[in-house]
Design a protein around this ligand. Structure first.
Ligand SMILES: Cc1ncc(COP(=O)(O)O)c(C=O)c1O
Length: 378
């Protein structure tokens, strides 16, 4: 057993999480949309400049709400990158929509906007760019193509809270956007997410869909004297206990972001020369993007080297992981797409990418150990 054990991620309290959860209990409101949910909504609306923010139980659920809001029907097509988490496509496949998988750019690992036009058909209902690692997709091009074809854009911004493209926050470009507060994300409450709405036409219905298809929110605001079933929906709102946890993290987001940036930059600075000498690729950040230091990855020269690097780190007690398995090759991805798709860049990257531990309580000596062990590999 190695002496040092460094996990891939370590949950941590960053501020007043426990105090706010206790406050929610003491205040007698632990179901959804209590005082802490309101504070989170106001924070996101103010800091990002979105028209409306709704906390959800996950980013997956925010994506599912997007599919409902866009009235996705069987046979509709939704363009998604193959190199992403299952939920990006599954939210739409739930409605028997067909995912059209687009390959990624080899530099940022984001949706390759130059291939987008070829994926559009008269059945295309939405484009779902994923800002991988919180590095913005080429939104100018994506929005131009979407606008010309009258197709909705839903940003899957699970990674990119506080990231910017050309100075503008990620999550403000699509008519809808989603966030994740899963435990591995920069700002977390264990499991959680948010739906961000930039096009006001979706606000009223989103509120109903999120409350089991009812207008209960209107009742709570005193706008109606009873609430009833208005539309389809589900239960997408998190308990105020989690909203309290989340708000405590949002309150200290500058410190969290700074500490992650220090770790990310230290990895980059220390590994840059070694990577160049050994044909290992580090993240590429275009000048147009400010990223939130969400994840740090290496792209190894071969799949065999990636596997060997993971084993090498593991043998020194360091837990590094890989993701994503390309969706176009998955069992469900093939079935839902109804055809074989070619995404060679996604396949090559997926087999060679490795993510290093990155969390605020990673101590400097732990990071030095990781860097040293990585560099021992070649
Ligand atoms: C790009 C992307 N979209 C969506 C999700 C789903 O997020 P959640 O776990 O909050 O549902 C993830 C999860 O990591 C993700 O990486």
């Amino acid at each position: 057993m190695p002496e040092v054990m460094i996990p891939f991620n370590r949950a941590a309290l960053e501020g007043r999480e426990l105090a706010y959860m206790a406050e929610a209990v003491a205040g007698g409101h632990i179901s959804g949309d209590g005082p802490f949910s309101r504070r989170c909504h106001e924070f996101l609306e103010r800091e990002l400049g979105v028209r409306k923010a709704f906390l959800t139980t996950s980013c997956t659920h925010a994506l599912e709400m997007s599919a409902l809001l866009l009235n996705i029907q069987p046979g509709d097509e939704v363009i998604v990158p193959s190199f992403t988490f299952v939920s990006t496509a599954n939210a739409f496949a739930l409605h028997q929509a067909r995912p059209v998988f687009v390959d990624i750019r080899p530099d940022t690992l984001n949706m390759d906007e130059t291939r987008l036009e070829d994926c559009i058909s008269p059945r295309t209902k939405a484009i779902v760019p994923v800002h991988y690692a919180g590095v913005g997709c080429e939104m100018d091009v994506i929005l131009e193509i979407a606008g010309r074809h009258r197709v909705a854009v839903v940003e899957d911004n699970a990674h990119g809270l506080f990231g910017k493209y050309k100075g503008r926050p990620l999550g403000t470009f699509g008519c809808l956007a989603t966030l994740s507060f899963h435990e591995t994300k920069n700002i977390t409450c264990g499991e959680g997410g948010a739906l961000l709405i930039n096009d006001p036409q979706y606000i009223e219905r989103a509120e109903i869909i999120r409350e089991k298809g009812t207008n209960r929110s209107q009742l709570f605001r005193g706008e109606v004297n009873k609430y009833t079933w208005m539309d389809i929906g589900s239960s997408y709102l998190p308990t105020d206990l989690l909203a309290g946890f989340l708000y405590a993290q949002l309150e200290v987001c500058d410190r969290i972001q700074q500490s992650r940036r220090r770790i990310w930059e230290h990895y980059y600075g220390q590994l840059h020369t070694w990577a160049g000498e050994h044909n290992v690729r580090l993240p590429v950040i275009p000048d147009s993007c400010e990223h939130p230091s969400h994840l740090f990855y290496l792209i190894m020269p071969t799949h065999a080297d990636r596997q060997a690097m993971i084993a090498h780190l593991r043998s020194h007690g360091i837990y590094a992981v890989f993701h994503y398995l390309p969706l176009h090759l998955s069992e469900m991805g093939r079935k839902a797409a109804g055809k074989t798709t070619s995404c060679p860049v996604s396949e090559a990257i997926s087999s060679r990418l490795i993510r290093l531990p990155l969390f605020t309580t990673l101590r400097r000596e732990e990071q030095e150990k990781i860097i040293e062990t990585v560099m021992q590999f070649y």
